[in-house]
Write a protein that binds this ligand. Structure first.
Ligand code: SUG
Length: 421
């Protein structure tokens, strides 16, 4: 292959938290979702927290994208379920879920240097394991088709068919010398049969790799540790994250930890592993604080930064480990806590909220790219329109439905994206 494409940069597309953001306890195996089910949520504060994270990253890295909330409540779904007064609340709540905010589950993305046709390939995740998430992909695809509609540079596929569960980039990592160089793509799947669902099926990962035209020698398929799934790591990105040549991982992330490192190293010899031992941070504490659900990003001046949830700073063991790591002068030079507590309470940390797309930003529909002034404008729309709070008992009410629909419409109008209406 020729040298790295210097126009290619990593752009993070964060999901804007939708106006129906609520805690319905819908995700079996996601401890935060289960334990906050029934709580009052704060959609306006949630969306503003997400926007602040985006603003910080825009200032730090110069590029930031976003994806829009999907239409909720999903009346097609309530009709398909023939929802009436006797229907279990959770089925109704599924049609109201704002879960598309976690764009790490929107799609799997293979950057252009990795693919046979030299285009960046995106496959929306079918998310079939959970009803409230399975409804997302056709609307997500509609949005990706617009944002990445430049067919000289992007190819957007349909989701892989059921029954193979696919949860997108949350179970996918890319190892490379630099974003514009060809990389090795690592797919992490779960083996079914445990207490909680294994949401990523090996055959879904393999289908995505084939759809994207990846070189089989530059793909690694690794099994997630069943004990991690049982402990609440319902996606790999709850226990591991990679950036360029660095893998940042908990020691109990993979079924065969050493075998996983060897397989990655065989395909990508420059791999540098930053492993957090269980003696320093237990699996339970890693999952509670979401240390690994961090954005591991290359800083403009070199070195990497880890953007972690505020909850990490409040944990004695996690913060002590971070301080030791910084003192050791490894590849990660800075740890930046961000407040995404409203999303965290549903099991979504900083990394869940973003989809990484390595691309030339000039080839993306600019309506999906953030600027400072657009962030100001979006904050105004959110402040004026997003509900201040949602009590789960109000899910299903006509009044709340009208305000949720109107809020989303106001944002689409402000962003000139009414074709998504
Ligand atoms: O699919 N939570 C999401 C969290 C997704 C996190 N994403 C990544 N790890 N990349 C999920 O479990 C909770 C919805 C509720 O309970 O109302 C929820 O869907």
């Amino acid at each position: 292959m020729s040298g790295p494409d210097t126009k290619l940069v990593e752009v993070n597309f964060d999901g804007i938290v939708g106006p129906s953001h609520n805690y319905a306890g819908l995700s079996l195996g996601n401890i935060a979702s289960a334990s906050h089910g029934g709580d009052v949520s704060y959609p306006r504060a949630a969306a503003l927290q997400g926007l602040e994270k985006m603003r910080g990253n825009l200032a730090r890295f110069g590029h930031q994208g976003f994806l829009l909330p999907l239409p909720r409540p999903n009346t097609a779904l309530t009709q398909q379920l023939a929802v009436d007064e006797g229907t279990p609340r959770q089925l109704l709540a599924a049609a109201w879920s704002a879960s598309s905010m976690w764009t790490a589950n929107a799609a799997t993305v293979s950057p252009a240097p990795d693919t046979a046709d030299g285009k960046c390939h995106l496959t929306p995740a079918n998310l079939v394991t959970m009803l409230h998430r399975a409804q997302e992909w056709p609307d997500t695809k509609r949005m990706l088709d617009i944002a990445f509609g430049n067919s000289a540079h992007f190819a957007v596929h349909d989701a892989v068919p059921p029954s193979f569960g696919d949860e997108g980039a949350a179970n996918h990592m890319r190892l490379c010398e630099g974003h514009g160089s060809n990389g090795v793509e690592v797919f992490v799947y779960g083996r079914p049969g445990g207490k909680f669902p294994a949401r990523q099926h090996e055959q879904a990962s393999r289908a995505v790799a084939r759809l994207h035209g990846l070189n089989p020698d530059a793909c690694v398929f690794i099994e997630q540790n069943p004990a991690a799934i049982e402990a609440g790591a319902f996606h790999n990105d709850v226990v591991a994250v990679a950036n360029e040549h660095v893998l940042f991982t908990h020691a109990e992330a993979f079924a065969d930890q050493q075998g996983a490192y060897e397989a990655m190293r065989a395909a990508f010899p420059a791999l540098e592993v930053v492993e957090v031992p269980s003696s320093a941070v237990s699996l339970a504490e890693a999952i509670r604080t979401y240390l690994f659900n961090a954005q591991l990003v290359t800083q403009p001046g070199g070195g990497m930064a880890l953007i972690v949830p505020e909850e990490c700073r409040e944990s004695a063991s996690v913060w002590a480990w971070c301080e030791d790591m910084l003192a050791s002068n490894g590849p990660i030079r800075e740890v930046i806590p961000v407040d995404v507590r409203q999303s965290m309470a549903n099991g979504g940390g900083p990394a869940c909220l973003r989809l990484r797309v390595v691309c030339d930003p000039a080839t993306v529909d600019p309506r999906f790219l953030l600027t400072e002034s657009k962030a100001d404008m979006m904050a105004g729309v959110i402040e004026a329109n997003w509900p201040g709070q949602v009590d789960p008992v109000d899910i299903g009410s006509e009044t709340l439905a009208s305000s949720v629909i109107a809020a989303r419409a106001a944002l689409l109008t402000a962003l000139e994206l009414t074709e998504l209406g």
